[in-house]
Design a binder for this molecule. Structure first.
Ligand code: AIR
Length: 181
């Protein structure tokens, strides 16, 4: 499968909620090797019943296909984009340059610099082209999904309730934690 092709190990090509044909969140990763981290975002989007799609597209290796994807995103109904990449991670910034959809960036530890390279590439955007950068790795991926949910919940009361229930369940897990005697 080429780097530009649709990617989803579970569905073969595309991650979708069967209840809807219309993905609202596009999860883009610079390499298939980023999937383990970005799966933390996809799991939460699924748990919250937010239709999403996942793609492997690289700002450096497949710039033309990335531009095409982002240029068509809003017209295809996408409302939030999540971008995860490692190293000299220009993915989120390039995507943000081509759309007015919110772009949430997830830095990935893919080099001996352990994600600091990716974090700085994503967070140090020049004035005028915003990217919202989350934490390095899986916690950032999970929070990107939750942030996307919060954005979508502004106009979706049912999603707001699912999100509130998800948050309450996490709080309950903390309160129920048992320590060794
Ligand atoms: N990458 C791919 N194109 C541009 C960048 N910055 C990133 C990927 C991955 C890392 O390079 O997002 O985190 C290494 O990719 P690979 O394919 O060599 O494993």
């Amino acid at each position: 499968m080429s780097a530009a092709s649709l990617f989803c190990p579970s569905a073969g090509f595309r991650i979708m909620n069967p209840m809807s044909d219309q993905p609202l969140v596009g999860v883009v990763m610079g390499s298939k090797s980023d999937y383990e981290v970005l799966s933390a975002a996809i799991e939460i989007l699924r748990a919250l019943e937010i239709p999403c799609e996942a793609r492997v597209l690289s700002a450096h290796r497949t710039p033309d296909q990335l531009f095409e994807y982002v240029a068509s995103a809003r017209g295809r109904g996408l409302r939030v984009l999540i971008a995860g990449a490692g190293g000299a991670a220009h993915l989120a910034g390039v995507m943000a340059a081509k759309t007015l959809l919110p772009v949430l960036a997830v830095p990935i530890a893919a080099t001996p610099l352990n994600g600091l390279d990716s974090l700085l590439s994503m967070v140090q955007m020049p004035k005028g082209i915003p990217v919202a950068t989350l934490a390095i790795g899986k916690p950032g991926a999970a929070n990107a999904a939750l942030f996307a949910a919060e954005i979508l919940a502004l106009n979706d009361a049912a999603l707001y309730e699912r999100l509130a229930a998800w948050r309450a369940a996490r709080a309950q897990e903390v309160l129920d934690a048992k320590l060794p005697e």
